[in-house]
Write a protein that binds this ligand. Sequence first.
Ligand SMILES: *Cc1c(COP(=O)(O)O)cnc(C)c1O
Length: 376
Amino acid sequence: MDKRLYSIETPCYVVDEKRLTENLVILRDVANRAGCKILLAQKAFSMFSVYPLIGRYLDGTTASGLFEAKLGNEEMGKETHVFSAAYMEKEFDEIVKICDHISFNSFAQWQKYGKKALDAGRSCGIRINPQHSTQEHGIYDPCAEGSRLGVTIENFRPVLLEGIDGLHFHTLCEQNSDALIETVAAVEEKFGEFLPQMKWVNFGGGHHITREDYDREALIDCILRFKEKYHVEVYLEPGEAIALNAGYLVTSVLDIVHNGIDIALLDASAACHMPDVIEMPYRPPLWQGGEPNEKAYTYRLAGATCLAGDVIGDFSFAQPLSIGDKLVFMDMAIYSMVKNNTFNGMCLPSIAVLHESGELNIIRKFGYEDFKGRLS
Ligand SMILES: *Cc1c(COP(=O)(O)O)cnc(C)c1O
């Protein structure tokens, strides 16, 4: 681990430019070989100070609504896509001005907004739900029973397809290409007759393309075959894969208490600064931290908020922890700074970049005004 991380004021998210670039090189290579376009899904990672770097490798951004669309358009440029489960009337005029592709979650939304989008020369799509679940995490499964995301084949309205250029599906989460291949088969089975009349098909996100065990050749074959069969442009819009394993959350031990177990209180909080730890739930990797009892000294690592459940997990260390020690959580670029909050009046972690040159730059610090500014 880079020594410079241990001299930084905590708590701080640090994005590692070298690792980010390694991911981007992989994604560019996939896009070139598959002949597809790859967008950054900003929902996972919206650190706009590195958008110029990302824009050198990817084709643009996708957004879940107006604010993300504006951010992508302002800070990266290139293609700006948007999908919202339901657009807000007061926002749509601005969306139409900046978004190249606009995907709708229902035919009612298409009927309501389609003319505005087409008049502005925008390319419109319908999100479909192939009703083929490939994962267990209910809250991250858009194909789960009762899902509001995407039009099922029962509700599909072929008579309303005039003006629609594309179909969009997003059903995966942290998955390998085998899950995509199954999903594409389900899409073809249910919606295959409509594919030849499309200009593009967006395969959504959830593709863990930059993970070590990801089968990229199978992904590329799948896209090439699809393009050849239907003569469409294929888009992927991963979020996680762009900044996977490319960031850290550096934190300090504030106090150590004992209650059946040794508990280290940190200046980083699961509830505020890594909410997926509680929501998913998952155990974040910690540099030099082992499983409980794997090394000599086991501690429960916890936030300094009043929430009893603000626990990051139990980890073991070769040496006892001391107050003031710094700990480095890994894989903290994605779904972290986009989801954090100031619950309990906790300060937001600073945001820094570790440049390829070795220089460590703090880009943004937060303070009391950020807490107060979103309340009244
Ligand atoms: C969340 C989401 C993505 C990105 O998903 P990752 O799991 O971060 O790759 C892409 N498209 C849509 C529509 C999404 O909701």
